[in-house]
Design a protein around this ligand. Structure first.
Ligand code: E4P
Length: 216
């Protein structure tokens, strides 16, 4: 499963990408607004920081305006993926941009039916939001498995990008359900490295090694 960072902090992204474990980046209008910077500048910086796909989201509500914004965002760098909401207009725009050969990410997906439509619209990625479904008492993780089954049934090539992941358990569930990628907040990505038994085991190894008086 590919790992994307859900962040607008290019410096942090560059730092974490140096691990060789970051395959791409996603952003959304809320993250860009919180950064209080121009979306264009943020996307250009991130695309310079990572070679993988970088999702940049349109903010228009109507298909023609989404298409115009999508073209503008895609022109910023060759690794931009145009992110579009899962609405009627978003899917019309997705079909049009896909026909132009642009990569697309259909976001705010909360059902199998929506994911089916995204695939039929030629989306490169579909983003089911696990955490937000859990917030409303649904099982977000099971949606990933259901979409996997439907996409495999019909050999759809749209990649499942598990989004709104909030915990290590979400990452595990997405991977077990066959998600192609998961996008993680920076803190969650960092948390994936850790396990208390790794820390205590390493501590004991070092104590025992020091006591042996050996060197390598
Ligand atoms: C990624 O594409 C999404 O914008 C992101 O995962 C949303 O996460 P949130 O539900 O925690 O805001």
């Amino acid at each position: 499963m590919q790992i994307f960072l859900d962040s607008t902090d290019a410096e942090l992204i560059r730092h974490l990408a140096a691990t060789g474990l970051v395959d791409g980046v996603t952003t959304n209008p809320t993250l860009v607004a919180k950064a209080n910077r121009s979306m264009i500048d943020v996307i250009v910086e991130i695309c310079e920081a990572v070679g993988g796909p970088v999702s940049a989201e349109v903010v228009a509500a109507e298909a023609d305006a989404m298409i115009a914004e999508g073209r503008k965002l895609a022109a910023l760098a060759s690794n931009v993926v145009v992110k579009l909401p899962l609405t009627r207009d978003g899917l019309i725009a997705c079909s049009a941009l896909a026909a132009e050969g642009l990569s697309t990410n259909v976001t705010l997906c909360f059902s199998v039916g929506q994911a089916l439509l995204a695939a039929k619209a030629g989306a490169t990625y579909v983003s089911p939001f696990i955490g937000r479904l859990d917030d409303y008492g649904f099982d977000g993780s099971s949606l990933i498995g259901e979409i996997r089954t439907v996409y495999d049934n019909y050999a759809f090539e749209t990649k499942i990008l598990a989004a709104s992941a909030r915990s290590v358990a979400h990452v595990k569930a997405a991977a077990l359900a066959g998600a192609d990628c998961a996008t993680l907040p920076v803190a969650l990505f960092t948390e994936l490295f850790n396990h208390p038994l790794t820390a205590s085991g390493l501590k004991q190894f070092m104590v025992d090694w020091a006591a042996s008086g050996q060197t390598i």
